[in-house]
Design a protein around this ligand. Structure first.
Ligand SMILES: [Zn+2]
Length: 937
């Protein structure tokens, strides 16, 4: 499969366009990958042939006296733009661009230091960068490229808002470099002729101002690099592909002593370590040497007189494994990438704070200077390795796996690393030949759009084909793993590995898998050395629209299996439609609301199927209602509970806390159903909150809860008997589960679930229903060992309940998850489990009249013949019509939201009210194809 997501305009074309003062924004002819996609918001540098310097002045924000940078003695956010503007006035070597906005709308700045480039020269750089990735075999021998390409080096700062000092260090370095350039320093001039130095000065300005680690969404952005719920990480993700750095550093604090981190064990299994580690480790040693030599006053060193290099100094369990961290993500661009932790941390003594900031400013400055010098001295080799990584990917060569205690002579480059590479570092994976993703569902389209946003190349099959013994229709998505970013594609889609035996504990998550956890079917096919699939594919820039709606139906049903399906259902409920749960995973809408259902199908890309309404007479039929969800939140950066509930379309969820219940600011009378992400801990001395919850439950109102919260609630109010057995708090992974038929979540649950601090249930009382169990060997990937007492491990959990439900004597319905369906907004395939549980536990809504048996009794006076359009009973059926829109007639997936979604989760249809109403009005009759564009990213 030949895939070129972008074909760069020729320099001449670019120059012509620039003459017309336009950023090239040529819309793509359908199906043809030969045009430049419109420039994505948040990726200002993706402008082919825009010359340097780029000096549109940055908008200077108002002075904020409360900026918490002041507390640290660091540069407040509002001073950054004026300083950059001054540099641009003084120097043609400084450029600045806005590459996105934070959750609260602050600009994310990219400052570039490089020698001026004409439009033609800039376009040439773009073409070379593109060739390095997509034509690496030839680029490796291109003398002009090797001589003329400006190697990109990128420093990201302040992703943790209350780790201010990297910003100050970067600005210190820039100021000094600009001064040298303006003074005509020859070394400095040579540097900017041969490199582009990029600085994202504050990746989390909201946190910088507020003094918080998290972003304003209350998520840790440096855990968000494959989910990308935060606009801050989406901006960096997009830049990563656009800048394609050869070296990347993410500056943090505070570990007491400077810490420089080439990856450590367990090493990520999808990287070309033989090409990355030699120079990565040698550069760290160079930084150490320079920092020690600089003898910066007040800078603490280790007892050995050096800095901390975890690869050398920390035997196990550091940051190498999950690609949720910025450097572990960027490294898939063939980049050497570090986290750098600046040393002295926060203190309440303000003078001491400022002193420490000054130490870190100088140390960080030195780190940047040493890194740039090291890259400059080793540019050809480091750039060559980047090209080799992309070449291996395109060629589909197996990963080179490094044995313990390798012979350094077997590898190119510096050899110091080899002595440190031991058993714990050994890693590797086998790439499949392709991933095949059946099309048609909104979940599959969301996944594909997300892959494309990461730069993964996806095609659609031009014809039906067979692969891995399965038959697939034309239009099936294919991720051919012979591609430059195959490591990234694999880390996103593969199952991952069980690493429980490799290290005693893990620092953060040990597994993730968009392939397993995002609700779409993803099939792994073949091995990387196999021939290509026996089908041609057409590359796409966005997944084709999904959704369908039957002709001439009287009743329609929707299977609630996916995020978009929940959104569509919640939209119908929000506008007052009657929707009935018929007990088999289907939700039925009657004749009065067909127009609204049709509009929802279009807005959310979901498929409704015609039905004759006979199931409305069944025993399990129950109207559902629009839910005001009250929630408690558990994890330390607990934005996930609110964000997911809002994304699912539950309107205005209310945060519930014991304090709020006690002071009366939260009224459970206004809550329809509770989601307990965290346990309600009632105080001994005041029963107000406890009484409020007791009253809520006595009224028969329901609860959906995480394990400990649910078990504690059941015990406290004697709702039913259950014991939650916890595994180790840090155990986590992708687990295999088996879901009961005809249960609350049987239509929603996938084969796999995510758990962090897994729990299973024992001692089930009478009336407690097992909704789901862990498979006999539950751990598919991750790190999960028993506790020190030998309990709570995967062996003990195997076959035990993972989800249970019960109904109290007062009629309160309760469902409890032992898994973690909302974890950091990542396991999207589990969100609908939570939605189905909330609808089940929430109050009963209006019913729908079943169809009359005799034509004369038809209440609406409509004819009562069978719906003519479609087979009526296929809950899992195909879309009733195939969307006809071309994939390219859609929004480019890399665009950041430009509307009022406020940087929330990638939402679908949050702005859709006017569209919905309009469509209701227009959707009068006749067969209407509904196919919509989802608003993503
Ligand atoms: Zn940090």
């Amino acid at each position: 499969m030949q895939v070129r997501r972008r074909v760069w305009l020729s320099a001449a074309t670019c120059a012509a366009l620039m003459g017309a003062m336009a950023v090239p924004a040529v819309s793509a002819p359908s199906g043809a990958p030969t045009a430049v996609t419109p420039p994505a918001v948040g990726a200002a540098v993706d402008d082919d042939g825009v010359p340097y310097p780029r000096q549109e002045p940055l908008t200077e924000p108002p002075v904020d006296e409360d900026d918490q940078s002041n507390w640290r003695g660091a540069i407040p956010f509002h001073e950054i733009a004026p300083t950059v503007n001054e540099w641009m006035e003084d120097s043609e070597y400084v450029s600045a661009e806005v590459v996105g906005q934070s959750s609260q709308g602050r600009d994310l700045y990219l400052v570039t230091i490089t020698a001026p480039e004409t439009a033609e020269e800039s376009a040439q750089q773009d073409a070379w960068r593109e060739a390095i990735k997509h034509d690496a075999a030839n680029a490796q021998d291109d003398a002009e490229l090797l001589a003329g390409y400006k190697a990109p080096i990128w420093f990201n700062n302040n992703i943790h808002g209350n780790e201010w000092d990297g910003t100050d260090a970067s600005m210190s370095y820039i100021a000094e470099l600009v001064e040298a350039l303006e003074a005509g320093d020859e070394e400095a001039l040579a540097l900017v002729e041969e490199h582009r130095l990029y600085f994202t000065l504050s990746n989390n300005p909201d946190g910088r101002v507020a003094g918080t680690r998290a972003t304003a969404l209350n998520l840790d952005a440096n855990r968000d690099f494959i989910t990308n719920t935060t606009p801050e990480t989406r901006a960096i993700r997009d830049l990563t592909g656009d800048l394609q750095p050869v070296f990347f550093i993410d500056l943090h604090g505070y570990t007491g002593v400077l810490q420089v981190e080439p990856t450590g064990p367990p090493q990520g299994e999808n990287y070309e370590h033989d090409l990355l580690m030699p120079y990565s480790y040698a550069a760290a040693l160079r930084i150490e040497e320079d920092v020690v030599d600089a003898a910066i006053e007040g800078n603490p060193l280790t007892s050995a007189g050096g800095i901390l290099i975890p690869y050398r100094d920390t035997p196990s369990g550091w940051d190498g494994w999950p690609p949720i961290f910025t450097p572990q993500y960027v490294q898939f661009q063939g980049s050497i990438a570090y986290t750098v932790e600046l040393g002295p941390g926060r203190t309440n003594d303000l003078e001491e704070n400022a002193r420490r900031l000054e130490v870190n400013r100088q140390v960080g400055h030195q780190v940047i200077e040493s890194t740039v010098a090291y890259v400059a001295e080793n540019r050809d080799a480091i750039l060559g390795n980047q090209m080799e990584i992309f070449r291996r990917g395109e060629a589909g060569e197996p990963l080179v796996e490094i044995p313990a205690s390798p012979d350094p002579d077997d590898y190119a480059g510096p050899d110091e690393w080899a002595a440190e590479w031991d058993e714990a570092d050994v890693t590797g994976t086998e790439f499949p030949r392709a991933y095949v993703i059946p099309a048609g569902s909104a979940d599959a389209a969301t996944l594909v759009d997300h892959l494309i946003a990461h730069g993964v190349e996806v095609g659609v099959a031009d014809a039906a084909f067979t692969a891995g013994g399965e038959q697939y229709p034309a239009g099936t998505f294919v991720v051919d793993m012979h591609q430059p970013l195959r490591g990234l594609a694999n880390v996103l889609l593969s199952d991952g590995s069980d690493i429980s035996e490799r290290v005693p504990t893990m620092y953060d998550i040990s597994a993730w898998s968009l392939g397993r956890l995002w609700g779409a079917e993803v099939d792994r096919v073949g091995e990387t050395t196999d021939p290509a699939l026996d089908v041609t594919t057409t590359p796409i820039d966005a997944a084709p629209a999904t959704g369908g709606f039957p002709e001439d139906a009287q009743y329609v049903s929707l299977v609630l299996d996916g995020v978009a399906e929940v959104q569509a259902l919640n939209r119908l409920l929000a506008i007052g439609a009657a929707v009935v749960d018929v007990g088999d995973g289907r939700y039925v809408v009657g004749p009065e609301w067909l127009g609204a259902a049709r509009a929802a199908a279009q807005t959310y890309g979901v498929t409704f199927t015609a039905t004759d309404g006979s199931e409305l007479a069944g025993d399990d039929v129950r109207g559902v209602s629009a839910l005001r969800v009250g929630y408690t939140t558990g994890s330390s950066y607990g934005g996930e509970d609110e964000l997911v509930l809002e994304e699912l379309g539950f309107v205005d969820p209310v945060r519930v806390s014991v304090a709020g219940l006690t002071d009366g600011s939260v009224d459970l009378d206004e809550i329809d159903v509770l989601w307990l992400g965290a346990q309600l801990r009632f105080p001994e001395e005041d029963d107000t909150a406890r009484d409020a919850v007791a009253e809520y439950l006595a009224a028969g109102k329901g609860v959906v809860a995480s394990a400990q919260a649910g078990a504690a609630l059941a015990a406290e109010f004697e709702l039913f008997d259950v014991t939650a057995v916890n595994g180790p708090g840090r155990a986590n992974g992708v687990v295999l589960v088996e879901t009961a038929e005809d249960g609350v979540i049987s239509a929603q649950a996938e084969e796999a679930a995510f758990t962090y601090g897994p729990a299973y249930f024992t001692d089930l009382g009478e009336g407690v229903t097992v909704e789901q169990t862990y498979a006999a060997e539950p751990l598919l990937s991750g790190h999960w060992l028993p506790t020190a007492e030998g309990t709570g491990g995967p062996e003990q959990a195997g076959g035990q309940p993972s989800v249970v439900s019960a109904e109290s004597e007062d009629g309160a319905r309760v469902l409890v998850f032992g898994t973690d369906p909302l974890f950091r907004t990542h396991p999207r395939g589990m969100f609908d489990d939570v939605a189905a549980a909330l609808l089940w536990a929430g109050p009963e809504g209006a019913g729908i009249e079943p169809p009359a048996e005799e034509p004369t009794e038809e209440p609406t006076g409509e004819p009562t013949e069978e719906p003519t359009g479609e087979p009526t009973q296929e809950p899992t059926g195909e879309p009733t019509q195939v969307p006809t829109e071309e994939p390219t007639a859609t929004v480019a997936p890399t665009e950041a939201p430009t509307d009022g979604t406020g940087g929330r989760l990638p939402t679908t249809g949050a702005e859709a009210w006017p569209l919905l109403l309009l469509t209701v009005l227009l959707a009068g009759g006749g067969a209407v194809l509904v196919a919509r564009r989802r608003v993503t990213e």
